[in-house]
Design a protein around this ligand. Structure first.
Ligand code: C5P
Length: 289
């Protein structure tokens, strides 16, 4: 909080705080020491981190617990994809770590997604907030050619993302990981409360690296993304804190614009029937109805 006030002044601190909650920094480094060094350079500005396979393979559950003890929200992105029984057991273990978000591949199919959901539900301790169960749709590093020619999936990327999103929604997942490019279609089909977490974020002028479907931070928010995952544009910047602060400022401004637009449109139309129904059915199921 002090850091935000130092950087932005009191007036903007609240909207910057709200924006910072939505920007997840991917700690894609190979050791706990390097993750600690990166967090030190971010100097308390970051609130939400993503631990993926590289760091989890090196530092494991102990390091995840240490991040939680520091008060950080943790997105544990291990992208489970296995037979339902194995995924269910893995998700039970991950839920017991007290993380805030977990991922499985939608391509694992309905039975696997439902098993993941069961694993999460079974492991919840009394009073524990349920981690968001997110289904990875089509990786943001995959383009139409790869999808069609290498993976043998016909049709466009958005079509595939939408198919996976509908499956995930019906199987009881809380949301998806997808490019922000596909978020408007996902929200229209699955409802506004179905969470969209979007990697492939590149501030204007940043290197794309291996990402194929990139979007700027402001564009991602305008398209309806709930959370943005940012890795290399922050972690490989000569000044990670300045890079993070720049992304958060862009998100804060875009959020103000988005909320303004929503308010203007709000009274003009009711939310869509089919998508609302789908979200309601999902929530009824998650409440045990
Ligand atoms: O460095 P960059 O910003 O490209 O990092 C994006 C992060 O988001 C990586 O940790 C990557 O594993 C993850 N991710 C992704 N595409 C998905 C799901 C996760 O890039 N569909």
């Amino acid at each position: 909080m002090a850091a935000e006030r130092r950087i932005f002044g009191d007036a903007a601190a609240a909207s910057v705080r709200a924006a910072a909650e939505r920007v997840i920094v991917a700690l894609d480094v190979p050791t706990a020491e390097e993750a600690d060094a990166l967090l030190a350079r971010l100097d308390g500005a970051v609130r939400h981190v993503k631990v993926g396979m590289p760091l989890f393979c090196a530092a494991g559950p102990t390091y995840v617990a240490a991040l939680k003890e520091r008060g950080l929200a943790v997105f544990l992105d291990l992208k489970g994809h296995d037979i339902p029984n194995t995924v269910q057991r893995a998700l039970e273990r991950l839920t017991r770590l007290g993380v805030d978000m977990v991922t499985v591949h939608a391509a694992g199919g309905r039975a696997m997604l439902e098993a993941a959901r069961d694993g999460v539900e079974r492991a919840l301790a009394p009073g524990q907030r349920r981690p968001l169960l997110l289904a990875v749709t089509v990786l943001t590093s995959i383009d139409a050619r790869t999808l069609n020619e290498e993976l043998g999936v016909a049709g466009g990327v958005e079509e595939a993302v939408l198919r996976y999103a509908l499956l995930a929604c019906d199987a009881g997942c809380d949301g998806v990981v997808a490019s922000a490019r596909e978020v408007p279609a996902v929200k229209a089909a699955c409802g506004p409360t179905f969470v969209a977490v979007t990697p492939g974020i590149r501030p204007a002028g940043a290197a794309r690296g291996d990402q194929a479907r990139t979007v700027t931070p402001a564009d991602a928010i305008q398209r309806g993304a709930d959370y943005l995952v940012v890795g290399r544009p922050v972690t490989e910047s000569p000044d990670p804190r300045a890079a993070f602060v720049q992304v958060v400022a862009e998100v804060a401004e875009a959020l103000v614009n988005r909320e303004g637009m929503k308010a203007a449109q709000g009274d003009e139309r009711a939310d869509g029937g089919e998508s609302q129904d789908r979200a309601s059915r999902r929530h009824a199921r998650s409440n045990g109805a």
